[in-house]
Each structure stands twice: as structure tokens, then as C-alpha cells.
Design a protein around this ligand. Structure first.
Ligand SMILES: Cc1ncc(COP(=O)(O)O)c(C=O)c1O
Length: 447
């Protein structure tokens, strides 16, 4: 009998052999292969086997208006027919100029420096801040302050100001020292303290630190309102207001990292606006291009820009990436801004969030759910580990992700934190899958 030939490898199997997937212990794919996706439409992704899955995490928080949004797609098509790319040193083009002008008008930060992924915007902000102080004759100001549980990316500069041991510890010998101060995360409020009081108490720690170390400190870097990768830690805008005051008082830059929370995620176009402040440097990426193409930008004040403006070349900011300001990505970003201009996205998100809240009432009250919280279009809760016999929290959240996947729902819990950060286009069917799928998965893993 001739041997029966092996069935052809699936796309997922070929992927595990040939693709080194990000942020993944590849051996775990032996039990749980990646999901091979062939198309996307609105809030849904369609797998190779034809099954549909609700993208409740906006593909790592990049998608705003749904997959394949026609306006963004058309803008990229139109641009690709004109100019796919030209280097931005010594050249310029209409999409990057228009985008920079629009971002400047929206933020009051009129100088836009481009990169690709979020971490590249962080590298720029850190280098720009330290270089600013050098150009101003204060080269000793080159240290950074960050918050506990903060996340700013995986490149060495960004990792140095990240406080997530799983990502950081292995590389700690390669990283510049950074001062990490307590987070205003309201889950860590003292007994009898509300979110506002918690924010004020932690701002006192910042004040004490800056009073002592301002002469060596270049900048404070912070994720406004939600520390996302650290477990969707939410905090009161008062902390941002006080941080701004203290940075101004002590001559330290305030870098706002809105890579995850910009573009309406927190209920305002930019999260820092809820504190009525303006940062010195603002990092944007992810939703900037609507989830279509890699693009990041670091926006700077005129004061920072002027410190580099000089006849001496080395005083200039000589940082670059090959695809800086790519026209296709800028066209996508301009299309995203068109959507914010022509629709009241913030108001319609408020209505959508209220519908999700009321549908999720049973989940919120579930005995296994702790610290239910929402800011804008981000929801999170922890699974109550103390009441789950025989299972570690980490194991539970992984199993919850898998149980959700069997219910057409893509979740990616962070430690014991389950969260939703969906695109802004959920209809009733999608809300039902989101809520019922999470509830069903929770019941399944909790027994
Ligand atoms: C707040 C924040 N900053 C920076 C980054 C890094 O962005 P990227 O993964 O695009 O490099 C992320 C990514 O999740 C983020 O959430």
C-alpha cells in the first residue's frame, strides 16, 4: 500500500514554522496555534476557515473605525496612485505637511517629527528632551522619571522607561537607569480615599522627587488617564494637572505618551485634554493611521524646536528612519482626521459606551468580577482569583482568552486583567457577542 501523503500544512502551521511572532513564547503555539485571518470588515475578522471573530481589542489598539473603513481605504488608494514614498530629509510632500498642520492645530504643538511604530516616537521624545537640555547648556539633565506599571515600548530607550518586569528584567543590564514613582492608579487608593485623593497623594511623591532631582531630570514620561499594557490602570485627570504644574515649576519636560489612548479612546480627542493641560512633547501612533499602516509622530512645542534651530549642524535633531513621514501612512492619518472632523465621534462613542454599559450590567455584577472600570471606550476588570479553586490567575486569564475565542470573541487578557478596547463601530449583534461571550467565557473558566 502506498503511504497516504500528509495533508498540506495549514497557514497557521506554516506561520509557526516561518514567522517569529511578536511578544510570544513560540512553544505555546504547540497547543494553541495562531488564528489565520483572511479578511476584515468593520469590527469583525474572518478566519481562513470562514469563522467570524469580533475584534474586541482593535488589533492591539490600533483600529478606530473598523477594519477596511472605506474612507481610509480610498485615501490610501488615491495616494498610492500618486506617490508611494519619498525620503523626508531634503524633500517633502502634501500629505505630511497637511497632517502636521492639522495635528498642530489640534494640539497646540506645531512641530511634528515622524517615525513608524509607537516605540520610535518614544525614542524621539526621550532623545529630543535630553538634547534640548544639552543645547540649553544643561547637559546634566538627562535622566527620566516614569510611573510604576507604565509601558512605553520595547526598544531600548522606551524599555528603560517601562516598568513591566516581564518585558524589562531580561534586558535590564542594557537599559539606562530611570526613576520609577508610584502610579495614581485608583485601585491602589488607601482606605477611605477616592480617585481624586489618590491622585493628589501620588502627586506629592512626584513633587518630593522633582524638588530633589530636578537638576538631573530631563523629563517625566506618562500615559495619560490609562496605563494600558500595565493592566488598564485608570486614574483621575487631577494627577496630570498637578504633574504639568510640577514639571513647569521644576523645569522638567512633560512627555505624554498617547500612543494607545489618543484619538478618542478616553472620551476626548486626546486624554491630556481632560486635565486642561498641554504637554511639552506628545507621542502618537496606533489610531493615528486608523489601524491601516505604521505611523508615529512626536509633536513638540516651539520652545523645544527653537533650542535646535542653529547654524551648527550637531545642534540639530539628527534622528531619522527610512520611512519617516511615509505618504501612504500620512494619507491614512489625514483620512482619520477627516472622520473626526465630519462626525461627532466623541458623542457617538458616548452613546455607544452607554449601550455597552447597560448590556454589561450582569457581567459587572458577576461575583468573579473585581474593579470593574471604564474610561471612554476602554473597559477592564480583574477576575477574582481568591475565589477560584485550584487555578492560578495567569492560567485563568489565558483560558478565558481561549474560551472567548470559541465564542467568536477575540480577547487578550493582561495578567489577571480582562479588558475591551473595541473599534468605535459596534452594532447590537457585536455588543451581544462582546458581553455574552465574555460572560460565557468567565463562567466556563470559573466553573
Ligand atoms: C502607551 C504605549 N506606548 C508605546 C507603545 C509602543 O508602541 P509600538 O508597539 O507601536 O512600538 C505602546 C504599545 O502598546 C503603548 O501602549
Amino acid at each position: 500500500m502506498p503511504a497516504t501523503p500528509d495533508p498540506p500544512a495549514t497557514l497557521a502551521e506554516r506561520s509557526v514554522r516561518a514567522v517569529w511572532h511578536p511578544c510570544t513564547q513560540m512553544k505555546l503555539h504547540e497547543d494553541a496555534p495562531p488564528l489565520a485571518i483572511r479578511s476584515g470588515d468593520g469590527a469583525w475578522l474572518e478566519a481562513e476557515d470562514g469563522s467570524r471573530h469580533l475584534d474586541a481589542i482593535s488589533s492591539w489598539w490600533v483600529n478606530l473605525f473598523g477594519h477596511g473603513h472605506p474612507h481610509i481605504r480610498a485615501a490610501i488608494h488615491a495616494q498610492v496612485d500618486r506617490l508611494e514614498h519619498v525620503m523626508l530629509a531634503g524633500f517633502t510632500h502634501e500629505p505630511v505637511v497637511r497632517l502636521s498642520e492639522r495635528l498642530g492645530a489640534l494640539t497646540g504643538l506645531g512641530h511634528a517629527h515622524y517615525g513608524s511604530d509607537g516605540a520610535s516616537a518614544i525614542e524621539v521624545a526621550l532623545k529630543m528632551s535630553a538634547h534640548y537640555w544639552r543645547n540649553r547648556g544643561q547637559a546634566g539633565k538627562h535622566r527620566f522619571v516614569a510611573l510604576a506599571g507604565g509601558y512605553h515600548g520595547e526598544t531600548l530607550g522606551a524599555l528603560a522607561v517601562t516598568d513591566i518586569p516581564l518585558f524589562r528584567d531580561t534586558y535590564s543590564a542594557l537599559l539606562q537607569a530611570c526613576s520609577v514613582l508610584p502610579s495614581p492608579d485608583w485601585r491602589q487608593a488607601a482606605a477611605g480615599e477616592d480617585a481624586l485623593a489618590c491622585a493628589r497623594r501620588q502627586a506629592l511623591v512626584l513633587e518630593a522627587h522633582l524638588a530633589q532631582h530636578h537638576a538631573s531630570t530631563a523629563a517625566l514620561i506618562i500615559e495619560p488617564l490609562i496605563q494600558c499594557a500595565g493592566g488598564m490602570a485608570m486614574y483621575h485627570p487631577e494627577y496630570l494637572r498637578l504633574a504639568r504644574e510640577l514639571c513647569t515649576l521644576y523645569g522638567v519636560h512633560l512627555i505624554c505618551d498617547e500612543i494607545a489612548v489618543g484619538f478618542g479612546r478616553t472620551g476626548s480627542l486626546f486624554a491630556h485634554q481632560q486635565a486642561g493641560i498641554r504637554p511639552d512633547l506628545l507621542c502618537l501612533s496606533k489610531g493615528l493611521s486608523g489601524g491601516f499602516l505604521p505611523l508615529a509622530v512626536t509633536l513638540a512645542t516651539d520652545d523645544i524646536y527653537q533650542a535646535f534651530y542653529h547654524h551648527e549642524v550637531r545642534r540639530g535633531f539628527l534622528h531619522s528612519h527610512s520611512y519617516t513621514g511615509n505618504p501612504l501612512a500620512c494619507a491614512a492619518a489625514n483620512a482619520v482626521l477627516d472622520l473626526f472632523e465630519t462626525r461627532d465621534v466623541i458623542a457617538s462613542n458616548q452613546a455607544l459606551a452607554a449601550r455597552i454599559d447597560s448590556t454589561a450590567e450582569a457581567l459587572r455584577r458577576h461575583p468573579r468580577v473585581r474593579h470593574w472600570r471604564r474610561t471612554g471606550m476602554v473597559w477592564a476588570f480583574e477576575i477574582d482569583a481568591g475565589r477560584v479553586d485550584g487555578h492560578t490567575v495567569a492560567g485563568m486569564s489565558t483560558r478565558l482568552g481561549q474560551a472567548a475565542r470559541r465564542r467568536q470573541l477575540l480577547l487578550r487578557p493582561i495578567g489577571d486583567t480582562v479588558y475591551w478596547m473595541p473599534p468605535y463601530c459596534l452594532d447590537d449583534e457585536a455588543i451581544g457577542v462582546l458581553v455574552d461571550g465574555t460572560l460565557g467565557a468567565l463562567e466556563e473558566v470559573c466553573g
